[in-house]
Design a protein around this ligand. Sequence first.
Ligand code: ADP
Length: 211
Amino acid sequence: MAAISATLEATAGKATSEACMLIVFIGPPGAGKGTQAKRLLGYLGIGHLSTGDLLREAKAAGTPLGKLAAQYMDHGRLVPDSLVLDLVDQKLRESQFNKGCLFDGFPRTLAQGCSLDASLAKRGTPLTLALELRADEEEVVNRMLRRAAEEGRADDTPQTIAHRFEVYHQQTEPLLDYYRFKGILSVIDAMGTPDEVFERIKIAVEKRRAK
Ligand code: ADP
């Protein structure tokens, strides 16, 4: 985490001249985070840091970290915090994050959230916004089963999907209260067309930007 704060401090000078948007994106598996993240990135022109993507890349590349992570991912379990924090730290060094970052799939536990906040506090630029994509569980499970048929993701089997939901409820949902308490949580209704959902996200972002 020390390295994360060093990286963020190094980019802080550039970031303060324009508004630096630091957004965390939280939602259950299959809620459409990926689709909405792409749109929001295009809209804000900030960097995208998806721990799911980074872990899948490491797994596909067959790195030692990827092999270790796969043992957790393939069963729908969370990868240990230390591995994820290392990956995030590496990634944040890239200049694409100078203007801000959309954290996607991270933080996923209260411990990860606290680590991120500690780093951002040192830098003096707290998170701008936490976006919760709220979705109907039955509907998203159906979406995921369709995606499994189309893409063949190893963690999209019915058993793994059920376990990922359990993990989300137990380990990730407590973060929502944490961000609500801090006054930066915006709940987005994720049911509707991608356009409808994105309109809601834009409204939440603009409301925060105006503050
Ligand atoms: P989803 O489609 O379920 O939102 P992601 O693509 O974000 O999932 O992540 C896929 C898998 O990668 C997770 O089920 C988990 O095993 C691992 N993973 C991703 N991000 C994290 C994180 N921040 N902490 C621990 N494990 C993670």
